[in-house]
Design a protein around this ligand. Structure first.
Ligand code: CP
Length: 321
């Protein structure tokens, strides 16, 4: 199924809003491009002129450390000009609508908007509004989607596991509020991962998640048994309307990724987390810092993946409407 806002009619990418139904070809192209940028970065050939003369506007309506900073680094490595708009001091506080704000930024010659918003549809609304040739990247939309995180998660798995064939992956924690879980599931399904498991408290694992083709586990030890990749997720207290979970201490006892639980997966399993981590709540400090953790590699890979996405969008300029 094509996404008419996200892609041109020839299938090339106009905006990056979701990984749902994004073709394996486009995902593969992004991962391969990211690989080439990673090699460039390792050779310290830091800047490439692919976005020279372009302006990237970071619009973060929610807090961020990793995504916002790595988008800024990525844009600068592509030789773009970067504007980090401080939403808290913008004229939104004077009643300016989101789309009026966007029109004014377009008038300032923005080429790419990187948007994080608590409203799931905000990035898509902007994408449907902007003129052709301007691109929108969803940098985290409510509980719904976080496509560049899903892509960097896939990149990390491919990097450490060599591919996706026969892999068993588990995602543990607050699945209900997690845009990271949804985007990771979408991209891994598209890449043909055979077995994706989810586990967490019943109140934080919606029964509808099984429609995405994942196996739901009540028992976290069984969910971890024999997997190749573990992603742990923090509890998103900021998105909860009611007390849906036990205390942090009880959560750690029942679902926390301890050294003993990690041993059920085996010595070759990798441990991922999108960050920010809450030590000794969803993950034991010694596991987060341990030899199987690739959490900080995910952050580094995020730069190359975001370079790949931005350069691909600009390359597709001129695609059919
Ligand atoms: N993973 C992630 O989105 O982290 P930030 O909220 O710090 O951007």
């Amino acid at each position: 199924m094509t996404d008419e806002t996200q892609t041109y009619s020839d299938g090339s990418l106009r905006h990056l809003l979701t990984l749902e139904n994004l073709s394996a070809d486009i995902v593969g192209e992004i991962l391969d491009r990211a690989e080439s940028f990673l090699s460039d970065n390792e050779r310290k050939a830091n800047k490439v002129p692919l976005l020279l003369g372009k302006s990237v506007f970071n619009l973060f309506f929610e807090n961020s450390t990793r995504t916002r900073t790595t988008f800024e680094i990525a844009a600068k490595r592509l030789s773009a000009d970067v504007v980090n708009l401080d939403i808290s001091t913008s004229s939104q506080s004077k009643g300016e609508s989101l789309l009026d704000m966007i029109d004014n930024l377009v008038a300032m010659q923005a080429d790419i908007f990187v948007v994080r918003h608590s409203q799931s549809e905000a990035a898509r609304t902007i994408a449907a509004h902007v003129p052709k040739g301007i691109h929108v990247i969803n940098a985290g939309a409510g509980s719904h989607s976080h496509p560049t995180q899903g892509l960097l998660d896939a990149f990390t798995i491919r990097h450490f596991k060599g591919g996706f064939d026969g892999l068993k992956v588990v995602i543990i924690g607050d699945i209900l509020h997690s845009r990271v879980a949804r985007s990771q599931i979408h991209v891994l399904k598209s890449l043909g991962v055979a077995e994706i498991r989810v586990a967490g408290p019943k109140t934080l694992v919606p029964s509808s998640i099984s429609t995405l083709g994942v196996k739901v586990y009540d028992d976290v030890d069984k969910a971890i048994d024999g997997v190749d990749v573990i992603t742990t997720l923090r509890i998103q207290n900021e998105r909860m309307e009611a007390a849906l979970v036990p205390s942090a201490q009880d959560f750690y006892l029942e679902y926390g990724l301890t050294r003993e639980r990690l041993a059920l997966a085996g010595a070759k399993a990798i441990v991922m987390h999108p960050g920010p981590i809450n030590r000794d709540v969803e993950i034991a400090s010694e596991v987060a810092d341990g030899p199987q953790s690739v959490i900080l590699h995910q952050v580094t890979f995020g730069i190359a993946v975001r370079m790949a996405v931005m350069s691909l969008l600009v390359d597709s300029d001129g695609g059919d409407d």
